[in-house]
Design a protein around this ligand. Structure first.
Ligand code: PXG
Length: 436
């Protein structure tokens, strides 16, 4: 076979030179597994990138795409519509609790975040409070890579190369590493008071300048950081008391990851806007969605009926192929009970995660639903190297994991069976025990 030319593709979030010197190329995928060019199988421990919640090559999804491609390939996104956009929005709203009934389509998590931030600022303006423009994010937050999301995000490496970012942004402290929370099973006990950072910001900036607070209910990318018990509830109350919109970024937690359809259901805390992507289409076709409370939508629907109410949208918002895919994905989730299945495996998963506690390199273990964070002690003078070694060794042993800093993150497809969980943790135990 002709050797593949790897020169032209500039890979995202990848050490290009290292990768190209020893590429890891997947050939196909089915169920819980990727297959490599040499026929070797790789158990997918991270659902692609936290997105293939129904696993790979699911027949309903493949069929939905085939059928749509031969029927309606594209429809103009503005001033025109097609049936599947409305059907999908209705079905999605049916899974989201409360009055989060209005759905705006995007093409990625990053675009969902930009959309939600713009909705928040524009909402206040439409509501006669145009002075509310400030956005509050959180340290270690990840809200995608576009300017708004990067600015409210709190990952230094993702920000430092890109200048002064969006003005008028502030950050709550993160909740990682709070004393007494090490090795918590599920939600940690300590740190609800970190939500009071928002009160300090209100005292500093005045509530009348703040449009919205955006947080991941559970921060994935920064290494699986869980909200302390009561934290999200407190954030909700402070926002409500001060007329500030609360945005949950559910790009990772959405679509069954925690054992409920959304973190909104799981925590019983209702934000004003919810951003999603990833699991919405099982990662198969790019798509995102923002859920808005009815009152937000209604606030926009007040001018003349022939006026565009929200000057925002994408050529591919509600793209027919993406909508058809998402409908096939929802069928699969519903038929297989995947939006709640993680809750039936969460105890078993938790037990397996915390069984790694005796390993010398392990300094913290975190879990919720079908998510795990295994934090390793960084190697002297070489942060991230130990975890990346684990990634390479797991790959050689037939297991795909993800690392961020010195934390290993796991978030498998929600179709996972106990035997897969056993394989993943047995493999990781051996690898971590033998790391330098
Ligand atoms: N918000 C959150 C909470 C995310 O996790 C985005 C927004 C951006 O989504 P897009 O579709 O624009 O990439 C994300 C994406 C990882 C990892 O391994 C996480 C993401 C993407 C790639 C890798 O932690 N999250």
């Amino acid at each position: 076979m002709k050797k593949q030319n790897l020169d032209n593709y500039w890979m995202p979030f990848t050490a290009n030179r290292q990768f190209k010197s020893n590429p890891r190329l997947v050939e196909s995928a089915d169920g819980m597994y990727f297959t490599l060019a040499d026929g070797r199988k790789l158990l997918d421990g991270i659902a692609g990138l936290w997105c293939c919640n129904a696993g790979h090559n699911r027949p309903r999804i493949v069929e939905a795409i085939r059928e749509q491609a031969g029927k309606l390939d594209y429809a103009p996104a503005f001033q025109m519509g097609h049936h599947k956009q409305f059907e999908l929005a209705e079905r999605l709203a049916g899974h989201m609790p409360g009055d989060l009934n209005k759905v705006f389509f995007t093409n990625s998590g990053s675009e969902s975040v930009e959309t939600a931030l713009k909705m928040a600022i524009a909402y206040h303006r439409a509501n006669g409070e145009g002075h509310r423009t400030r956005l509050i994010g959180r340290e270690k937050g990840y809200h995608g890579v576009n300017f708004g999301g990067m600015s409210v995000g709190g990952m230094p490496a993702n920000r430092k190369m890109f200048g002064s970012l969006v003005a008028g942004v502030d950050h709550l402290r993160h909740t990682h590493g709070i004393e007494g929370n090490e090795f918590s099973k599920g939600l940690p006990e300590n740190g609800a008071e970190y939500a009071n950072d928002l009160i300090r910001m209100i005292e500093l900036h005045d509530a009348s300048t703040i449009a919205a607070v955006i947080v991941e209910p559970l921060a994935g990318s920064a290494g699986v950081i869980l909200p302390p018990k009561g934290y999200l509830e407190r954030l909700r109350k402070i926002c409500t008391d001060n007329g500030i919109l609360l945005i949950f970024d559910e790009v990772i937690t959405g679509f069954g990851r925690l054992g409920a359809p959304f973190a909104v259901n799981y925590f019983g805390v209702e934000p004003d806007l919810v951003t999603t992507a990833k699991g919405l289409t099982n990662g198969v076709v790019p798509m995102g969605a923002v859920f808005a409370q009815d009152f937000i939508y209604d606030t926009f629907m007040t001018g003349p009926a022939n006026a565009v109410e929200f000057f925002h949208g994408y050529t591919y918002s509600g793209n027919p192929m993406a909508c058809a895919t998402a409908l096939g994905v929802l069928d699969t989730y519903e038929e297989d009970g995947l939006l709640t299945r993680a809750s039936t495996l969460a105890d078993y998963w938790q037990e397996k995660v915390h069984a790694l506690r005796d390993l010398e390199h392990v300094i913290d273990l975190r879990n919720l639903g079908l998510i795990a964070g295994i934090e390793l002690r960084p190697r002297e003078g070489a942060p991230t190297a130990r975890a990346f070694d684990a990634f390479l060794q797991a790959y050689d042993a037939g297991l795909l994991i993800r690392t961020t800093g010195d934390t290993i993150a796991l978030s498998p497809p929600l179709i996972i069976e106990k035997e897969h969980i056993d394989f993943a943790f047995d493999t990781l135990r051996k690898i971590i025990a033998n790391l330098d």
